[in-house]
Structure formats: structure tokens, C-alpha cells
Design a protein around this ligand. Sequence first.
Ligand SMILES: CCCCCCCC/C=C\CCCCCCCC(=O)N[C@@H](COP(=O)(O)O)[C@H](O)/C=C/CCCCCCCCCCCCC
Length: 214
Amino acid sequence: MAAGAETFSLREVLVAFTACVSEQREVRVDPYLAGWKGLVRFLNCLGTIFSFISKDAVTKIEIIENYRNSDQREKYLTVQSMVEYELANGLVDLQKRSEHPDSGCRTFLRLHRALHWLQMFLEGLRTGEDNSKTSVICSETYNASLANYHPWIIRKAAGVAFCALPTRNTFLETMNVGTAEEAVAMLGEALPYICEVYKITEELYAQHKLLDLP
Ligand SMILES: CCCCCCCC/C=C\CCCCCCCC(=O)N[C@@H](COP(=O)(O)O)[C@H](O)/C=C/CCCCCCCCCCCCC
């Protein structure tokens, strides 16, 4: 484990995702990005072999943060308002990346797909045997989700990086919430919130036929 792992707290990440859904069942962008930033911090602690993954995640987080810091920041308060605003103003490339290669909708979709992987990965960790291999949980859940959207070279590089993951119990203890059992209990509490964020976003994107944005 690389230096800096002590700065990661699973609790902070999970609190961010639990704060995502508003009373109107809208997905708030700021806590969503805060959750991803915490996860990237954790990924960076796992070693430089994961840098190509964290760099891509950071690029996408920054694209959306830039919208949140722009004059149109209010339009990007929730995923619902972002979709409405970008579609109404022709700001999304629907067929092919051209005039709006980094729309909020397209960029958010990449994180949304990664959230599906995260949901399955955390569930795999939570329910895995004490001595199960994190690398196996990670590659199985990746192959069942995100890998479907990645070219061969990325899938290959990801597969190599997964081999560097520590065992399940070391991994759980790195989350800084106490013992492996305590980390498992916290995952059990938080996963329904992550699932809810995923479900709401998936329904919204399906409703607007945005699930295949180039
Ligand atoms: C609660 C703590 C335990 C969980 C710790 C998980 C830490 C994960 C942190 C970040 C995950 C990274 C999310 C990556 C977003 C990838 C978005 C994406 O799909 N990008 C591709 C497509 O983008 P465009 O080309 O269309 O712009 C891009 O090609 C990807 C490049 C990089 C490779 C992505 C591989 C993703 C593997 C996800 C597994 C991460 C392994 C973490 C190990 C615990």
C-alpha cells in the first residue's frame, strides 16, 4: 500500500453518496463528485499502477466541476437540471462526438457506468469470504459492467492493474473505519444509497435515450 492511505476515509465517501438524492428524488451533482474524489484518493493510495484509471476519473470530475464553476452553475446543480438544460440548448452530441465532445451528459454517463461497477464491486467485497481475492472480485465485476464500454487495450491494462490489489481483509482495513467486520457493516448501510443514485440516474438517462452517448 502506498503512503497516504491514512488520509482516506470510507465514511466520508459514503456520507457523500448518501447526500446525493434530494427530497424530490433528484441526484445532486456536488456530493456525487465529492464521492468520486474520495474514491480517487483511495485509488491513488493503491499505487501508481492505477494512475491511468485515476487520471481518467479526475479528468471527468474536473469537466463537470468546471460546469459547476461557470456562469451556468445553477443548471448543473442536479443531474436532472443538467440533462434538461443541455438537451434544450442542443449542447449534447447524440450520434457522434463533434461540436460538444465533453458535454455534462456524456461525461456524467461515464461516471454513472463506473458507479455500476462500484456498486457490484462493493457488494462483492461485502459478501466475499475472508480470504477471497480482491483482484478476482474486481475483475469479475469489471467484466460484467464497465469492460463492455472499453476497448481491448484498456481492458488488458485494467486486468494487469487488478493483479496488484491487496487481499480482501487488507483492503477493508485500509478503509479506516476499524476492523474488516466494521467496514463490511458500513458497506451494508451505504450500498442502498449508492444503488438508489444509480437507479435514478439510469431511469433518467433511459427516459431521454441518453444511455449510449458517444
Ligand atoms: C469504498 C472504497 C473501495 C472502492 C475503491 C474503488 C476506487 C475506485 C476509484 C475510482 C474508479 C475509477 C473510475 C474510472 C472511471 C472510468 C470512466 C471510463 O469508463 N472512462 C473510459 C471511457 O472514457 P471516454 O474515452 O469515453 O472519455 C476511458 O477510456 C477509461 C480509461 C481508464 C481506464 C478505466 C478502467 C476502469 C476500471 C475500474 C476499476 C478500478 C479499480 C479499482 C480498484 C479497487
